[in-house]
Design a protein around this ligand. Structure first.
Ligand code: C2E
Ligand code: CA
Ligand code: CA
Length: 444
């Protein structure tokens, strides 16, 4: 003879007597299921979570039936030519009480629940209708749709997509692009790779979203026939202040070039982001600095009125030179140094950044390639001198010989800033002096 016992505790479990018994009974059932001869404690928090999720899912189901979901569209552009190259469909929930909700507010609740498949199909179907509607109004642009893991890994995804396309013969399949997460694509490489082929044969193209956040494996890149890499927005956003993020962006652009894939940057929030992306060789972009996601009715007027920033289009079709990249990196790296010192002095970081000139990327270039190619040039020694002074000032700010006032610190940071400007100017002059160095070509 053995006993199984279910327990719930009052008042932790704030139920009435009848419900308390039911909870204890439920717990006893779990004890039996777990192999008998044991007790099981009713989990109040889990019960609440399960109930909340059940209610949320029911509400989402109702939202689908009542057509409360809508798609917003965010334009993708070529920053250099000014062409609008497409739009990404992004789901929103027009909630009657809570207003317009973002995907982060409801997609996690849905997770892998079967509703996600239905919602995913609704998104593709709605995007296809939108493409047709825009086309008949004279706006002919491709639309990309985000496809989640559970939808993508459905065994009949290809057939379902084929059926959706067949229902819209007025839409050229090439106008539909699917964005899949790098991390999802890797989950079942063989299956996804085959699916990509099937879809490509139908004319639908793919883009690897949030690229750089997964393993970014070269073998996978070789095997996956995706047309485009989408550089994750975290790298793009921080590339102005973080030389490592800048290096990642440069690396992804180089990978795309090597594998002959298109590359687009997301999270382009300012003109300065574009100014840095263009010389790296990334012309396609999407982000708040260009346009926020908007309701479909607003897109045609936006497309008609958009002009790229003058700073973007003025670059013409120039090939990024190696010298330009050296200057860009030097600038970002030393701005990063100044910011890090500022943060350290404000107590926002516990340790100072590495302060020595030879330890920085540019210091390395200066001693190797720079010396070799430009060592005899008079500007070379002034660049070196300015670089040295920047790091000297950094050292003095972090380890002052005598106590100093807030004003001294501010003046020191300002001087670092001015020295950096001066050094970059001199460096650009040096690198652009064609007599002085090697022919500036990226391929070299
Ligand atoms: P995502 O695919 O990476 O989409 C880009 C997200 O970045 C969008 O957020 C967009 O509004 C936002 N964004 C665009 N430019 C900028 C910028 O310059 N700065 C900043 N900070 N953010 C920018 P949203 O619409 O909230 O979507 C979030 C995520 O939800 C999407 O990330 C995507 O993974 C998912 N999602 C959206 N719609 C769908 C859908 O229909 N199906 C599926 N499965 N997932 C979706
Ligand atoms: Ca996306
Ligand atoms: Ca993304």
């Amino acid at each position: 003879v053995s006993a199984s016992m279910g327990v719930t505790l009052y008042p932790q479990d704030r139920a009435d007597a009848e419900k308390l018994i039911r909870h204890a009974d439920q717990a006893m059932y779990q004890a039996k299921q777990a192999g008998k001869n044991r007790y099981h404690l009713f989990d109040v928090a889990e019960d609440v979570a399960v109930k909340t999720r059940r209610e949320s899912l029911a509400r989402i189901r109702r939202a689908m039936d009542q057509r409360e979901f809508v798609l917003y569209y965010q334009p993708k552009v070529n920053m250099r030519t000014g062409e609008v190259v497409g739009a990404e469909a992004l789901i929103r929930w027009q909630h009657p009480d809570r207003g317009l909700l973002l995907p982060a507010d409801f997609l996690p609740v849905i997770g892998n629940h079967p509703i996600s498949l239905e919602l995913g199909e609704w998104v593709i179907e709605t995007a296809l209708c939108q493409i047709a509607e825009w086309r008949s109004a004279g706006l002919d642009i491709p639309v990309s749709v985000n496809v989640g893991a559970s939808q993508l890994l459905q065994s009949d995804f290809g057939e379902r997509l084929g059926a959706l396309l067949a229902a819209h013969p007025e839409v050229p399949p090439g106008h539909l692009e699917l964005e899949i997460l790098e991390t999802d694509a890797l989950e079942d490489m063989a299956q996804v790779s085959e699916l990509l082929h099937t879809c490509r044969n139908m004319g639908v193209s793919f883009s690897l979203d949030d690229f750089g956040t997964g393993y970014s494996s070269l073998t996978y890149l070789k095997r996956l026939s995706v047309g485009q890499l989408k550089i994750d927005q975290t790298f793009v956003r921080d590339m102005l202040d973080d030389a490592d993020d800048l290096a990642i962006v440069e690396g992804v652009v180089g990978l795309a070039e090597a594998f002959r894939r298109r590359v687009i940057a997301e999270g382009v929030e300012t003109v300065a982001h574009g100014e840095l992306l263009l010389p790296l060789g990334c012309e396609l972009a999407q982000g708040f600095g260009i346009a926020r996601p908007m309701p479909p009715a607003e897109l045609p007027d936006w497309v008609a009125g958009w002009r790229p920033d003058a700073a973007w289009s003025s670059g013409g079709g120039r090939v990024p030179s190696r010298g330009e990249l050296v200057a860009l990196f030097a600038e970002v790296e030393h701005r990063q140094l100044a910011r890090a010192i500022e943060a350290y002095l404000a107590g926002e970081r516990s340790a100072p950044p590495p302060l020595d000139a030879p330890q920085c990327r540019f210091g390395h270039w200066e001693e190797q390639e720079g010396r070799q190619h430009y060592g005899a040039h008079p500007d070379y020694s002034s660049v070196r001198e300015l670089h040295h002074r920047i790091h000297q000032m950094a050292n003095r700010l972090v380890e002052p010989e005598e106590p100093r006032s807030e004003d001294d610190v501010r003046a020191g940071l300002e001087e670092m800033h001015a020295l950096r400007g001066e050094m970059i100017r001199k460096l650009r002059a040096l690198l652009n002096d064609e007599e002085a160095g090697p022919a500036p070509s990226r391929q070299e």
